[in-house]
Design a protein around this ligand. Structure first.
Ligand SMILES: *Cc1c(COP(=O)(O)O)cnc(C)c1O
Length: 229
């Protein structure tokens, strides 16, 4: 199966999930997650129509996308845990950092974003049940982080990100996504305007249809898009 063929099948499933949930397809961005994949795969995904890419390591992303980004109209998002000493490389490279999970990293990104043409977009990552425990564990910590971003000069908050637990139990997955939607509602009322919180990055290869049903505006697909059979 080519990436284009995989994409066609994924698109059909997104459409179905949208219809079932009474949503419009254009409310949802499909990110291609290219971590551990070659530059050839990036090129092939781009040709198939992918315009938003996700990477989980700064060095790998810089190698694959540093030049590619200059000549292609794409969005590059960081979706993996960001180490403090990588903020300097990450701040000019990415359009959005989705994996903001502590105050320290906000300060570090702010420090290195002054030279950017546009503010660096960020999503706050909420831990909602996934095993590796990435993301803020408490809503209070998210509120504090939201304030820190609001007070920053070169960062702009766009919304929230989460990973559901890897499980067959769809109720657990759904509960995880609902927790993110609930946090979004809280943040909209405490930190207006509402538009700042419009991105809900949730849903991966094994749970994107549930995520679409629950209100996701960005699904992050790796294995299903790049599988070879
Ligand atoms: C790897 C990864 C994905 C993609 O996962 P698949 O199950 O391969 O679709 C999405 N989000 C994050 C944060 C990831 O690390």
């Amino acid at each position: 199966m080519s990436i284009a063929e995989n994409l066609e099948q994924i698109e059909e499933r997104i459409q179905k999930a949208c219809s079932a949930a009474g949503r419009k397809r254009d409310e949802i961005t499909l990110m291609g997650v290219t971590k551990f994949l070659s530059a050839d795969k990036v090129e092939e995904a781009y040709t198939a129509g992918i315009r938003c890419f996700g990477e989980s390591r700064v060095k790998e992303a810089a190698e694959k996308f540093g030049l590619f980004k200059v000549s292609h109209p794409i969005q590059l998002h960081m979706i993996g845990g960001l180490q403090r000493n990588k903020a300097k490389t990450a701040a000019p490279l990415f359009d959005c950092i989705q994996s903001i999970d502590r105050e320290e990293i906000i300060a570090e990104l702010e420090k290195h974003s002054a030279e950017r043409e546009k503010p660096l977009e960020v999503l706050l990552e909420l831990h909602t049940g996934e095993e590796t425990k990435s993301g803020f564990a408490e809503l209070d910590a998210v509120f504090k982080a939201a304030q820190t971003v609001a007070d920053s000069k070169f960062l702009k908050v766009r919304g929230l990100m989460t990973m559901a637990p890897f499980t067959q139990d769809t109720q657990l997955i759904r509960a995880s996504f609902r927790q993110l939607v609930k946090a979004q509602k809280e943040l909209e009322s405490r930190f207006p305007p509402k538009e700042n919180w419009e991105c809900l990055s949730m849903g991966m290869s094994n749970d994107f249809e549930i995520a679409v049903e629950e209100g996701s505006t960005m699904i992050r697909i790796g294995s299903l898009l790049f599988k070879e059979q």
